[in-house]
Design a protein around this ligand. Structure first.
Ligand SMILES: *[C@@H]1O[C@H](CO)[C@@H](O)[C@H](O)[C@H]1NC(C)=O
Ligand SMILES: *[C@@H]1O[C@H](CO)[C@@H](O)[C@H](O)[C@H]1NC(C)=O
Ligand SMILES: *[C@@H]1O[C@H](CO)[C@@H](O)[C@H](O)[C@H]1NC(C)=O
Ligand SMILES: *[C@@H]1O[C@H](CO)[C@@H](O)[C@H](O)[C@H]1NC(C)=O
Ligand SMILES: *[C@@H]1O[C@H](CO)[C@@H](O)[C@H](O)[C@H]1NC(C)=O
Ligand SMILES: *[C@@H]1O[C@H](CO)[C@@H](O)[C@H](O)[C@H]1NC(C)=O
Ligand SMILES: *[C@@H]1O[C@H](CO)[C@@H](O)[C@H](O)[C@H]1NC(C)=O
Ligand SMILES: *[C@@H]1O[C@H](CO)[C@@H](O)[C@H](O)[C@H]1NC(C)=O
Length: 457
C-alpha cells in the first residue's frame, strides 16, 4: 500500500522524486507557492506552505527557522500535533495554527528580512521530513518623488546642459526610471545618468529635448511618478519664411502690381520669438528699412522695378540668426494696359467717327433726295394736263437717278379719250391723258405721301 501511494506521488511530482528518494520513499510532499515574498514594513505577512501526507501518521512536527546573512540562524516557532511552542522572544510575533503549516508574521520590521525555512517531520511507522525556503524582503513604500531641474530658467541649445534630479522622501531600495512624454527614455550619448539613476543630465540640450519629463520611483512593493517638468530650451531661428499678403510668389521672387501696398511677414521657428530686420539691397548698398515681424511695401514709392530684399531673423538669446533673400518685381501692368487701351482706342474711335459721319451724310442725302422727290412730283402733277408738255417732258420717264424711283409702281393702260375713264378701285390712280388716241402705258409711281396729292388732282 505504502509503496503504491509512494510511486503515485513520485509520478505526480517528478521534481520531488530525487528528494523523496533520498529521504527514503516518503509519503510527505511540502511546497511553497512563492519562494520570494516582498513584504511591506508595518504590515502583517503570511508565508503560505502546503503539505500532503499519504500515510497513517501518529505525530506531525512543524519547525520555522529564520536565516539571515552574517547572523546565526534563529529558531522561531514549532508545533507537535496541535501544541505550539513559540520562542518566547517572539511570542507575539509569529503565529502557527497546526496542522496548517503557514506562518503568520504580525507586523513586519525591516529586520524581519531573511530566509524563512520550514521543516515538517511526520512520524508514522517511519519518520519522514521535508524542508522548504521562502526569501522575504521588507520595504518601505516610496513617496511621490519631487523633480528638480537645473538650471530652472532654461538652457541654450547646443551650449547649455540641463540636469534633472528625482527626490524621494520615503522608500527603501528605490529604483529610478525616467520618462519623456510618458515613454521610458532610451540611453543616448547626450544623456548622462547618475549611478543609481536618481538624476541625469542632457549634455548639451537641443531642440529635440523639449518635452515633458517625469521620474518614476519604485521598489518591490510600490511605485510613484513625479509631476511633469518641461525644460525651457532656447533655440533657433530655424526655417525662416517670408510671405506676403498679396501678389504672386514663385520661389523667392514676389511679383506685385504697381500701386499695390503689400505686407511682407517673416516667420521662423525660434524660442524666444525672433526679431526680424528688413534690409533693402542696392547694387552696392544695403539699407535697413524696418525692424519687426513685418514691413509694408508701397510699390508706387519704389523707384526700381526689381528690388532685392533681405530678411534677417535673429534670436537675441541664442545669438543665432538666419537670413533669407527675396526679390520683389513690380510689374507695371497698369500703365501698359492703359497705353494698350488708348492705342487700341484710337483706330476704334476713328472708325466709329467715320462710320457715324457716313451714316449721317447718307441720312442727310436721303432727306434731301426725298425733298427733291416731293418737289418733282408736285411739279409733275401740275404739268400733266398739257399733253404737249407731257410729251416734251421726259424727266419722269428718264431715269437719271435711281433715287428718284422710290415708290410703288403700277402699269396703267391709258385708254381712248372716248371710253369712260373708270377703272374701279384704281380711280384715283388713273391719269387722264386728254389727247391720247392710242393706248400707251405709263408707269405710275406711288409715293405714300403723294397719294393725297393724287386724289386732290
Ligand atoms: C500526536 O497525536 C497522535 C494521535 O493523533 C498520538 O499518537 C501522538 O502520540 C501524538 N504525539 C505527541 C508528541 O503528542
Ligand atoms: C493555512 O492558513 C493560511 C493563513 O491563515 C490560509 O490562507 C490557508 O488557506 C490555510 N491552509 C489550509 C490548508 O487550511
Ligand atoms: C555642459 O556639460 C559639459 C560636459 O560636462 C561641460 O563641458 C559644459 O561646460 C557644460 N555646459 C554648461 C553651460 O555648464
Ligand atoms: C538607468 O536608466 C537607463 C535608461 O533608462 C538604463 O539603461 C539603466 O539601466 C539604468 N540604470 C540603473 C542603475 O537603473
Ligand atoms: C506637455 O504637457 C503639456 C501640459 O501638461 C501639454 O500641453 C503638452 O502637449 C505636453 N507636451 C508633450 C510633447 O506631450
Ligand atoms: C543696379 O545697377 C543696374 C546697372 O548698373 C541698374 O540698372 C539698376 O537699376 C541698379 N539697381 C539699383 C537698385 O540701384
Ligand atoms: C560699387 O562700389 C564699388 C566700390 O565701392 C565701385 O567700384 C563700383 O563701381 C560700384 N558699382 C556700382 C554699380 O555702383
Ligand atoms: C529679446 O527679444 C525679445 C523679443 O523678441 C525682447 O522682448 C527682449 O527684450 C529681447 N532681449 C534682449 C536682451 O534684447
Amino acid at each position: 500500500m505504502e509503496l503504491l501511494s509512494c510511486t503515485q506521488n513520485c509520478l505526480r511530482c517528478p521534481v520531488a522524486f530525487l528528494l523523496l528518494a533520498v529521504a527514503g520513499c516518503s509519503a510527505l510532499r511540502l511546497s511553497v507557492p512563492s519562494p520570494v515574498i516582498h513584504g511591506i514594513r508595518g504590515q502583517p505577512l503570511t508565508l503560505p506552505v502546503h503539505y500532503d501526507v499519504s500515510m497513517s501518521t501518529s505525530s506531525i512536527q512543524i519547525i520555522w527557522i529564520l536565516e539571515r546573512a552574517q547572523v546565526p540562524a534563529r529558531y522561531l516557532i514549532t508545533s507537535v500535533n496541535q501544541s505550539v511552542m513559540p520562542d518566547l522572544e517572539f511570542q507575539h510575533k509569529f503565529t502557527l495554527k497546526p496542522p496548517n503549516a503557514s506562518l503568520l508574521i504580525s507586523s513586519l520590521l525591516l529586520s524581519d528580512e531573511g530566509t524563512y525555512i520550514i521543516k515538517v517531520n511526520i512520524q508514522g511507522k517511519t519518520t519522514v521530513s521535508a524542508t522548504q525556503k521562502i526569501d522575504v524582503s521588507v520595504d518601505v513604500p516610496v513617496s511621490k518623488p519631487m523633480l528638480q531641474m537645473e538650471p530652472a530658467y532654461g538652457a541654450v541649445e547646443h551650449v547649455g546642459n540641463v540636469t534633472f534630479k528625482c527626490l524621494v522622501m520615503k522608500g527603501t531600495r528605490v529604483m529610478y526610471q525616467w520618462l519623456k512624454d510618458g515613454v521610458p527614455m532610451e540611453d543616448t550619448s547626450s544623456y548622462v545618468f547618475s549611478m543609481n539613476n536618481d538624476s541625469f543630465t542632457i549634455v548639451p540640450v537641443t531642440k529635440s529635448d523639449i518635452g515633458n519629463y517625469s521620474c518614476l520611483a519604485k521598489n518591490f512593493i510600490s511605485e510613484m511618478e513625479s509631476d511633469v517638468v518641461t525644460p525651457t530650451i532656447y533655440y533657433g531661428p530655424y526655417g525662416l519664411r517670408v510671405f506676403s499678403d498679396k501678389g504672386l510668389k514663385v520661389g523667392e521672387v514676389f511679383t506685385i502690381d504697381t500701386g499695390e501696398s503689400v505686407r511682407f511677414d517673416c516667420s521662423a521657428d525660434s524660442n524666444p520669438p525672433n526679431t526680424c530686420a528688413w534690409i533693402q539691397r542696392g547694387n552696392n548698398s544695403t539699407e535697413i528699412i524696418n525692424y519687426g515681424p513685418y514691413f509694408k511695401l508701397l510699390s508706387g514709392k519704389v523707384r526700381h522695378k526689381t528690388v532685392d530684399y533681405l530678411c534677417r531673423a535673429y534670436n537675441n538669446i541664442t545669438g543665432r540668426g538666419e537670413e533669407m533673400q527675396f526679390t520683389v518685381i513690380i510689374t507695371p501692368i497698369d500703365p501698359e494696359k492703359l497705353s494698350q487701351v488708348t492705342s487700341s482706342l484710337f483706330p476704334l474711335a476713328a472708325i466709329t467717327g467715320v462710320s457715324l459721319l457716313i451714316i449721317l451724310s447718307i441720312g442727310l442725302l436721303f432727306v434731301w433726295k426725298r425733298y427733291q422727290l416731293h418737289k418733282a412730283i408736285h411739279w409733275k402733277l401740275q404739268s400733266r394736263r398739257p399733253s404737249t408738255e407731257y410729251r416734251r417732258t421726259p424727266i419722269f420717264s428718264g431715269h437719271e437717278d435711281a433715287m428718284n424711283d422710290f415708290g410703288i409702281y403700277e402699269f396703267v393702260a391709258v385708254p381712248d379719250s372716248s371710253l369712260p375713264h373708270r377703272v374701279p378701285g384704281l380711280a384715283s390712280n388713273i391719269l387722264h391723258i386728254q389727247d391720247g388716241s392710242c393706248t400707251i402705258y405709263e408707269v405710275i409711281q406711288h409715293v405714300p405721301e403723294t397719294q393725297q396729292d393724287d386724289s386732290h388732282s
